[in-house]
Design a protein around this ligand. Structure first.
Ligand code: SF4
Length: 302
């Protein structure tokens, strides 16, 4: 059914659903298709939730476009447009309270994923994420590299060693935090993940975030920041401030979770290439430590 929608309308619909999720509306139902036979997925607010009904007129589309243009809040992430129905439906982890079990269910749901083209571009294995399922602090990078692909764990190469040092400098251990990436399969040649790959994979990251309910997410590098925040800006503008973040398209089982605060810093791989920026990264981490109430150690990032 969704394939009958034109791309602009699909994008508008995804945006509308995100909008309702931001309002805390998750209970959705779908009406049957309208007489026009056109898709049955235009969202309308009702007192008790959201009904999904056929687009009735060009005015409706116009209104949707207007709303899209007006909403520039950097608090939601991209999600796969092809997963509209999946996005609004219940997830297996919604039924469990234990974040470790929830993560296991999400991993099972991901399966031997072939949802985007990265599955056939040389990946050895899916790199799901690692760390404390109840972490207050979560790091999100771009995607696995060769070492991560080989070992099945994010940030285990040279950049991972530097991330470990950064975590240690904060007075924490790697096991205290949770580490994941925007895409879970290695892009060939360590290229940046492409937009369709990020949009297809990120719903699973959103579900991981909703299960873990971190207080703070640190986006490592511009690719992670832009995908999480759905804004396009240089690192100089992205860094040095807080963003309110709620994972788009999913809900946390804990309705009292207010969402995370998100900060942006340099990717460790970039810091290896330009160590002069380590001082700037340390400032970002100090901002995070202050918010989390972690006493700042004297020693900055090595
Ligand atoms: S990158 Fe994500 S969506 Fe693409 S194949 Fe791997 S796990 Fe699936």
């Amino acid at each position: 059914m969704t394939s009958a929608l034109d791309p602009e309308l699909r994008r508008a619909l995804v945006d509308r659903i995100r909008f309702y999720h931001e309002l805390g509306i998750y209970d959705l139902y779908r009406r049957g298709p309208g007489p026009s036979g056109e898709g049955a997925l235009i969202a309308e607010a009702t007192a008790d939730g959201l009904s999904i009904a056929p687009p009735s007129s060009a005015a409706t589309r116009s209104e949707l476009r207007e709303e899209m243009a007006a909403r520039k809040s950097p608090v939601v992430s991209n999600t796969a447009e092809d997963s509209i129905v999946e996005m609004v439906s219940s997830k297996p982890e919604y039924e469990v309270a234990d974040p470790a079990v929830a993560l296991k269910l999400i991993r099972e749901d991901l399966g031997d994923c072939t949802r985007c083209k990265l599955h056939q571009q040389g990946r050895k294995q899916i790199v799901f994420g690692v760390g404390n399922p109840q972490a207050e602090l979560m790091f999100v990078g771009e995607g696995p590299g060769a070492d991560e692909d080989a070992q099945g764990e994010p940030f285990v190469g040279r950049a991972g060693q530097l991330l470990n040092n950064m975590i240690k400098a904060m007075g924490l251990r790697r096991e205290d935090v949770y580490i994941a990436n925007i895409v879970k399969c290695r892009p060939p040649g360590n290229r940046q993940p492409e937009r369709d790959e990020c949009e297809t994979c990120s719903p699973f990251l959103m579900r991981q975030i909703a299960a873990i309910k971190p207080k703070v997410i640190v986006a490592l590098g511009a690719t992670a920041a832009k995908n999480l925040l759905a804004i396009n800006a240089p690192m100089s503008e992205l860094r040095g401030r807080w963003y309110d973040f709620r994972p788009a398209g999913v809900r946390s089982r804990d309705l009292s979770w207010p969402g995370a605060r998100l900060a942006v810093t340099y990717h460790p791989a970039f810091l290896l290439r330009d160590p002069r920026q380590k001082g700037e990264a340390w400032k970002d981490l100090q901002m995070v430590m202050k918010y989390l109430g972690i006493e700042p150690p004297k020693k900055p990032v090595d």
